[in-house]
Design a protein around this ligand. Structure first.
Ligand SMILES: [Zn+2]
Length: 139
Protein backbone atom coordinates (compact mmCIF):
# COMPACT_ATOMS: atom_id res chain seq x y z
CA UNK A 1 0.00 0.00 0.00
CA UNK A 2 1.35 3.39 -0.87
CA UNK A 3 0.55 6.66 0.75
CA UNK A 4 -0.01 9.77 -1.26
CA UNK A 5 1.87 12.75 0.05
CA UNK A 6 1.40 16.14 -1.44
CA UNK A 7 4.57 17.83 -2.50
CA UNK A 8 5.14 21.02 -0.51
CA UNK A 9 4.76 24.03 -2.76
CA UNK A 10 6.47 27.40 -2.60
CA UNK A 11 4.29 30.04 -1.00
CA UNK A 12 4.94 33.42 -2.64
CA UNK A 13 5.10 36.34 -0.25
CA UNK A 14 4.92 40.06 -0.92
CA UNK A 15 8.74 40.02 -1.19
CA UNK A 16 8.95 37.00 -3.50
CA UNK A 17 5.82 37.25 -5.65
CA UNK A 18 7.72 39.06 -8.44
CA UNK A 19 10.21 36.19 -8.54
CA UNK A 20 7.53 33.49 -8.63
CA UNK A 21 5.53 35.38 -11.26
CA UNK A 22 8.61 35.51 -13.52
CA UNK A 23 9.45 31.86 -12.90
CA UNK A 24 5.89 30.88 -13.77
CA UNK A 25 6.42 32.62 -17.12
CA UNK A 26 9.72 30.79 -17.70
CA UNK A 27 12.07 33.60 -16.69
CA UNK A 28 14.70 33.35 -13.95
CA UNK A 29 15.24 36.68 -12.20
CA UNK A 30 17.22 38.11 -9.33
CA UNK A 31 17.23 41.47 -7.59
CA UNK A 32 19.57 44.40 -8.11
CA UNK A 33 19.79 47.25 -5.62
CA UNK A 34 19.34 50.59 -7.37
CA UNK A 35 21.27 52.40 -4.64
CA UNK A 36 24.47 50.34 -4.35
CA UNK A 37 24.20 47.98 -7.32
CA UNK A 38 24.50 44.76 -5.31
CA UNK A 39 22.83 41.67 -6.72
CA UNK A 40 20.48 39.67 -4.53
CA UNK A 41 19.24 36.13 -4.44
CA UNK A 42 17.04 35.03 -2.73
CA UNK A 43 14.52 37.86 -2.99
CA UNK A 44 14.29 40.15 -0.01
CA UNK A 45 12.39 43.30 0.96
CA UNK A 46 15.59 45.34 1.19
CA UNK A 47 19.25 45.30 0.24
CA UNK A 48 21.33 43.61 2.95
CA UNK A 49 24.35 45.73 1.96
CA UNK A 50 22.89 49.25 2.19
CA UNK A 51 19.35 48.62 3.53
CA UNK A 52 17.73 50.34 0.53
CA UNK A 53 14.34 49.05 -0.49
CA UNK A 54 14.86 50.22 -4.07
CA UNK A 55 15.29 46.81 -5.67
CA UNK A 56 14.53 45.86 -9.25
CA UNK A 57 14.17 42.49 -10.95
CA UNK A 58 16.78 41.58 -13.53
CA UNK A 59 16.62 38.73 -15.98
CA UNK A 60 19.20 36.00 -15.43
CA UNK A 61 20.79 34.18 -18.33
CA UNK A 62 19.75 30.92 -16.71
CA UNK A 63 23.28 29.61 -17.01
CA UNK A 64 25.79 28.92 -14.28
CA UNK A 65 28.05 26.35 -12.68
CA UNK A 66 27.64 23.94 -9.81
CA UNK A 67 29.31 25.31 -6.68
CA UNK A 68 28.53 22.19 -4.65
CA UNK A 69 25.92 19.45 -4.67
CA UNK A 70 24.56 16.44 -2.84
CA UNK A 71 22.76 13.30 -3.92
CA UNK A 72 19.72 12.76 -1.73
CA UNK A 73 19.07 9.11 -0.91
CA UNK A 74 16.72 9.91 1.94
CA UNK A 75 13.87 12.19 0.85
CA UNK A 76 13.61 15.48 2.66
CA UNK A 77 9.84 15.06 2.50
CA UNK A 78 7.70 11.94 1.98
CA UNK A 79 6.38 13.47 -1.23
CA UNK A 80 9.89 13.22 -2.70
CA UNK A 81 10.28 9.50 -1.93
CA UNK A 82 9.56 8.40 -5.48
CA UNK A 83 12.26 10.75 -6.82
CA UNK A 84 15.21 9.34 -4.84
CA UNK A 85 18.01 9.41 -5.54
CA UNK A 86 17.94 13.02 -6.69
CA UNK A 87 20.50 15.81 -6.79
CA UNK A 88 20.35 19.20 -5.13
CA UNK A 89 22.99 21.82 -5.85
CA UNK A 90 24.16 25.30 -5.09
CA UNK A 91 24.40 27.02 -8.47
CA UNK A 92 26.59 30.04 -9.12
CA UNK A 93 24.70 31.90 -11.84
CA UNK A 94 26.83 33.64 -14.46
CA UNK A 95 25.60 36.98 -13.09
CA UNK A 96 27.19 36.28 -9.69
CA UNK A 97 24.39 35.16 -7.41
CA UNK A 98 24.11 31.71 -5.85
CA UNK A 99 20.93 29.70 -5.62
CA UNK A 100 19.79 26.29 -4.43
CA UNK A 101 18.02 24.10 -6.97
CA UNK A 102 17.53 20.56 -8.10
CA UNK A 103 19.63 19.06 -10.88
CA UNK A 104 17.64 17.03 -13.37
CA UNK A 105 20.03 14.42 -14.73
CA UNK A 106 19.40 10.77 -15.42
CA UNK A 107 23.08 9.91 -14.89
CA UNK A 108 23.78 11.32 -11.43
CA UNK A 109 27.44 10.28 -11.74
CA UNK A 110 27.82 12.95 -14.43
CA UNK A 111 27.18 15.72 -11.90
CA UNK A 112 30.32 17.37 -10.59
CA UNK A 113 31.48 20.59 -8.98
CA UNK A 114 32.13 23.19 -11.65
CA UNK A 115 29.79 21.59 -14.20
CA UNK A 116 28.02 24.06 -16.49
CA UNK A 117 24.26 24.04 -16.03
CA UNK A 118 21.24 25.78 -17.46
CA UNK A 119 17.82 26.40 -16.04
CA UNK A 120 14.67 24.51 -16.92
CA UNK A 121 11.26 25.09 -15.39
CA UNK A 122 9.22 22.33 -13.79
CA UNK A 123 5.53 23.13 -13.73
CA UNK A 124 4.04 22.28 -10.34
CA UNK A 125 0.56 23.79 -10.71
CA UNK A 126 -1.08 26.07 -13.29
CA UNK A 127 0.22 29.03 -11.25
CA UNK A 128 3.55 27.74 -9.98
CA UNK A 129 6.72 26.57 -11.65
CA UNK A 130 10.03 25.68 -10.05
CA UNK A 131 13.45 26.43 -11.50
CA UNK A 132 15.65 23.36 -11.84
CA UNK A 133 18.91 22.89 -13.72
CA UNK A 134 20.29 20.43 -16.24
CA UNK A 135 23.87 19.80 -17.23
CA UNK A 136 24.98 21.64 -20.36
CA UNK A 137 26.04 19.19 -23.03
CA UNK A 138 29.16 21.18 -23.85
CA UNK A 139 30.25 21.06 -20.20
ZN1 LIG B 1 22.11 48.23 -1.75
Amino acid sequence: MTQDHERPLPVPTIDTQGYWHAVNEGRLVFQRCLKCGELRFYPRAFCVSCLSDELIWELASGRGRIYTFTICHIPGNPAMAEKIPYAMAMIDLDEGVRMLAGIIESQLSHIHIGAAVEVVFERLTPDLSLPQFTLCKSG
